[in-house]
Design a protein around this ligand. Structure first.
Ligand SMILES: [Zn+2]
Ligand SMILES: [Zn+2]
Ligand SMILES: [Zn+2]
Length: 149
């Protein structure tokens, strides 16, 4: 029970972490790594994909060390981070950037709002003055805009 709770908490905390690192790290001192996500170059991989590896490390450490010490809530934290990574990949890389042609023709209002918010983020191709750094939490206005049309 506690393990399920730490999984959910870690997942939720990761949305905040993702927003924070995107805003202050990726658009900060690690801009060189994130830059090619905003100014795409040909090729299947982006330097930006490195961030998946960076997040995989704490996740893997929590799962491994937690299991070795039979500390299941810690394993839960690792699982939460891993689940967030998977969700982020499915939403950001597949649903928004279409790196794989899965789930075509989604008409879900929430998915559309996510996509729209992230497009706004990508309108700015440079380091400064971005907006919409979050991923799963979408500002309400992107839901409203759809209803008008
Ligand atoms: Zn960005
Ligand atoms: Zn993107
Ligand atoms: Zn982005």
């Amino acid at each position: 029970m506690l393990t399920a709770l730490t999984t959910i908490l870690a997942f939720g905390a990761m949305e905040f972490m993702a927003w924070f690192t995107h805003k202050y790290v990726m658009h900060g001192f690690l801009w060189k790594v994130h830059e090619d996500h905003h100014q795409p170059k040909p090729g299947p991989f982006e330097k930006n994909d490195l961030f998946f590896l960076i997040y995989a490390i704490p996740s893997w450490l929590c799962i491994m060390l937690g299991a070795m010490n039979q500390n299941w809530p810690v394993v839960g934290v690792g699982a939460g981070i891993a689940l967030y990574g998977l969700t982020y990949f499915l939403v950001h890389d597949v649903l928004i950037h279409r790196r794989f042609k899965w789930f075509d023709n989604t008409n879900n209002a929430y998915f559309k709002a996510i996509r729209k918010a992230h497009k706004v983020h990508h309108k700015n191709r440079f380091k400064e003055e971005g907006s919409c750094f979050g991923m799963l939490i979408v500002p309400k206005k992107y839901f409203k805009e759809q209803k008008i049309k």
